[in-house]
Ligand binder design. Structure first.
Ligand SMILES: *[C@@H]1O[C@H](CO)[C@@H](O)[C@H](O)[C@H]1NC(C)=O
Ligand SMILES: *[C@@H]1O[C@H](CO)[C@@H](O)[C@H](O)[C@H]1NC(C)=O
Ligand SMILES: *[C@@H]1O[C@H](CO)[C@@H](O)[C@H](O)[C@H]1NC(C)=O
Ligand SMILES: *[C@@H]1O[C@H](CO)[C@@H](O)[C@H](O)[C@H]1NC(C)=O
Ligand SMILES: CC(=O)N[C@H]1CO[C@H](CO)[C@@H](O)[C@@H]1O
Length: 289
């Protein structure tokens, strides 16, 4: 008992990769026995790459089978394996919001606003009420509610997140919107430049190189990116409370900002993409001037 509790105290955080429903349920059942403080140290991550953002990968001894499983899981998931709410090959519904090009959304906006309504709604709500929520953007939301909100947007209904009072729902909707764009916000065109960014840009001109890249984006993409990144900087400015530093945010948002044309997120690209995202967040005041 004393040995085990000393061990528990020494554990800073426990990460569970590839959590199954079974393990999550087990932990919920045992939560009253596991101390509260320890319960808070348990984190779930979906992929090894998210873990590598926290622990140096050389320090991890990962069995080959686990790596294989991780590759399989990732290949099956990114990003086309989302529930077929946004049929890619049939024409969009008249008011469809998820899975349609940004240009179409801004065309539809009456006041010519280039930032899509979903982004305005979620970010507006989250910057008012989400900044001090621990683990914002890390947690999942009720799948039924997520689908419900997507359906409401896609059928042209207004959605009021303040009324629903659900921070994680709004956070998941924002991520889902970005991930379901037919082309990522950072565009396929910039894929190579982004993946190669760390090799090509020297440390002292990172911000300038990034500024050039961002300025080469189509206007509505650049405007929406700026809107998002400015908000994420607000989130990490509160990382003392919400625990979401720029690196943590980059791990969550990188894969929603850019993926390859073949849809499968290659393991070797995800590190550089997340790195790029972190630098973008770090340097946002210089990039967007
Ligand atoms: C998810 O939301 C639906 C609709 O409000 C509710 O019926 C269901 O119980 C919720 N599921 C969970 C796991 O909370
Ligand atoms: C959303 O709901 C809140 C709380 O009910 C209300 O105060 C606010 O005016 C609503 N916003 C809109 C745009 O309807
Ligand atoms: C990155 O740059 C190297 C050397 O310039 C090149 O061979 C490689 O194809 C590039 N990779 C991508 C993904 O663009
Ligand atoms: C991420 O960037 C750091 C420097 O900021 C570099 O040392 C590291 O190799 C990069 N990692 C990847 C996967 O590109
Ligand atoms: C005008 C334009 O090219 N906009 C692009 C912005 O990015 C989206 C994907 O997010 C592309 O589909 C658009 O073509």
């Amino acid at each position: 008992m004393s040995v085990s509790s000393r061990y528990k105290k020494n554990i800073k955080a426990l990460y569970i990769v590839h959590p199954t429903m079974f393990i999550k349920t087990l932990l919920i059942l045992f939560k009253p026995i596991i101390s509260f403080k320890f319960g808070r140290k348990i984190n779930y991550v979906s992929y090894l790459s998210e873990l590598e953002a926290v622990v140096k990968s050389e320090q991890l001894i990962t069995p080959a089978r686990v790596r294989e499983y991780d590759n399989k899981l990732r290949a099956s998931l990114k990003p086309s394996a989302q529930p077929p709410l946004s049929p890619l090959h049939s024409p969009p519904l008249p008011n469809q919001v998820f899975g349609v090009p940004l240009a179409l959304l801004s065309q539809r906006n009456p006041d010519g606003d280039q930032v899509p309504q979903v982004m305005r709604d979620t970010i507006g709500f989250l910057s008012a009420q989400g900044l001090d929520i621990e683990g914002i953007f890390r947690r999942s939301a009720n799948v039924t509610l997520v689908r419900d909100v997507q359906l409401r947007y896609n059928s042209g209904e207004a959605v009021n997140f303040t009324e629903m009072e659900d921070i994680h729902l709004a956070a998941v909707i924002l991520k889902t919107f970005l991930r379901e764009l037919p082309e990522p916000l950072l565009t396929f065109q910039l894929y190579n430049d982004v993946v190669n960014f760390s090799c090509t840009a020297s440390l002292d001109n990172q911000a300038a190189s990034m500024k050039t890249l961002v300025e080469s984006l189509p206007e509505e993409n650049a405007t929406s990116l700026r809107y998002l990144v400015t908000f994420l900087a607000q989130v990490s400015a509160n990382s003392e409370v919400n625990k979401m530093t720029n690196s943590n945010l980059a791990v969550v948002f990188g894969p929603n900002l850019l993926w390859g044309r073949d849809n499968a997120m290659s393991l070797s690209a995800i590190g550089p993409i997340n790195n790029f995202t972190r630098i973008l967040l770090d340097q946002q005041h210089l990039v967007f001037t």
